[in-house]
Design a protein around this ligand. Structure first.
Ligand SMILES: [Zn+2]
Length: 136
């Protein structure tokens, strides 16, 4: 008879850990994987870093794909409004400045909402821009 490496309980000869310790170990591994997946989903909202989960993550991972899509939409939103603010700035500096400031506030708010959704492990669309689908 062999004993569990972890808790010392008796186990069948062909195993190293008892069923309970194995289960606990698998749970721990799953938690680690989930943490990494959440981290990747958060990267989706940080500007161009959406490329990392887009490349690294399994296309079948709906959770990450959802957040990568939102990150891309947000990136385009912020890019378009930044360009707009620069163009307008040359014509009407004050208006251009206001557009830029509004864009910064909205982008920051969207990033916060997105990251909070990831942490809550939710796939909730962002307000206003979240319904746009770029990737599947
Ligand atoms: Zn054990």
């Amino acid at each position: 008879m062999k004993y569990c490496n972890n808790c010392g309980k008796e186990i069948p000869d062909d195993q190293k850990l008892c069923e309970e310790c194995k289960k606990a170990k698998n749970e721990k591994i799953n938690n680690e994987i989930n943490k990494n997946i959440n981290l990747l989903a958060i990267l989706a909202y940080l500007g161009l870093l959406f490329i990392v989960p887009l490349v690294v993550c399994d296309k079948n991972n709906k959770f990450v794909r959802f957040h990568v899509n939102q990150g891309i939409v947000l990136f385009i939103f912020s890019l378009v409004f930044n360009l707009l603010s620069v163009v307008v700035f040359f014509i009407l500096p004050i208006i251009g400045y206001i557009i830029g400031a509004v864009e910064s506030i909205f982008t920051l708010a969207f990033v916060i909402v997105g990251v909070v959704n990831v942490c809550k492990e939710e796939t909730k669309p962002l307000p206003i821009i979240g319904k746009i689908n770029i990737i599947k």
